[in-house]
Write a protein that binds this ligand. Sequence first.
Ligand SMILES: NC(=O)c1ccc[n+]([C@@H]2O[C@H](COP(=O)([O-])OP(=O)(O)OC[C@H]3O[C@@H](n4cnc5c(N)ncnc54)[C@H](O)[C@@H]3O)[C@@H](O)[C@H]2O)c1
Length: 366
Amino acid sequence: MHPGLCRPNAALLRSFCRCCLSRAQSLPGGSLSSLPRQMSRWNSLENNSPSPAQKPPRVLITGGLGQLGVGLAQILREQYGSENVILSDIKKPPPHVLSSGPFVYADVLDYKHLRELIINYRVTWLIHYSALLSAVGEANVALARKINITENCLRIFVPSTIGAFGPSSPRDPAPDLCVQRPRTIYGVSKVHGELMGEYLHHKYGLDFRCLRYPGVISVNTPPGGGTTDYAVQIFHDALSTGHYECYLRPDTRLPMMHISDCHRATIEFMQAPECQMSLRTYNIAAMSFTPEEVAEEIRKHLPHLKVTYNPDSVRQNIADSWPVRFDDTNARRDWGWAPAFQLEELVSDMLRSVRDKRTNEGLPVS
Ligand SMILES: NC(=O)c1ccc[n+]([C@@H]2O[C@H](COP(=O)([O-])OP(=O)(O)OC[C@H]3O[C@@H](n4cnc5c(N)ncnc54)[C@H](O)[C@@H]3O)[C@@H](O)[C@H]2O)c1
């Protein structure tokens, strides 16, 4: 283990060590830091479901029907059993989601119902993918006080984002701890979530965990109008018309990540023993690229791709206020984070997946 990570703080030891130790012992393969490379630990976790004596976590994912929840649930179910991972949302689930494991309706604004679900299902990991971040912050206060301390050892995960930084933050790279003055409501609510979780951790011993995700790139969910969406749409347009019109300048560099790295980071972070964590909110990074660079990489496979640029001032201003790179040194050191996908692998995988998807849907592929 990295020296100095288990902080000799008496209050913390009183609050956490019992959970921390039992969780560390329940991890397949025991100590995380003894394994040589992150991917090998992931592979060993994939192949090692907990033995009958080890108690798997009971996971509830709120806002689970968006871009990230269904895929995360699928991986968690492979590791911990279908019945131990409950997806929830306020939307109607499609049939394939309903048939793949437990689904319940849960509105994060309805704290009493959320609490009921946590008690009834004996939830130990709560993963908040709900889009309503400020509501999540408020619900967590009540959960921390009523559930975490008295009834359960609840571990709560809230994702944050590059949008939690602003024009006065260091941009290349943005460290974990620095000035955060975002100018979007999305960013402000994310900073609220980060600070609220850390406050509850210090005040009530809540096992709060937060990762700042870069822009996540995946094939399954259509882009929804966000600032990093161009990096998904470009693959669809490259394979259909061969022409993509980009709403950002060609040199706009932003941190990005393949969805499978995002899922793996989330699970590895949730599995990490508390005594390995020197922070509660970590940046995670994989790659940073510009529209021009991703287009160039795609042209290695599809030389005819034409990209034109028509910057949209709103999204360009937002992108210009975000970090161009994340410093994730702390995540790498504390709990062994290492991405598997760089730009080359990401482009090959996305072209293959988008081509398969379009073919399955009977759409033309160039
Ligand atoms: N996808 C990314 O690139 C990215 C990057 C950084 C951070 N994040 C964060 O990760 C989380 C998950 O991302 P995503 O892309 O899957 O989000 P998404 O927007 O695709 O999905 C969010 C889900 O929350 C649900 N929701 C909305 N209001 C709700 C409520 N009151 N109660 C319960 N559910 C509610 C929606 O129905 C939706 O299914 C979000 O908090 C997002 O901000 C995502």
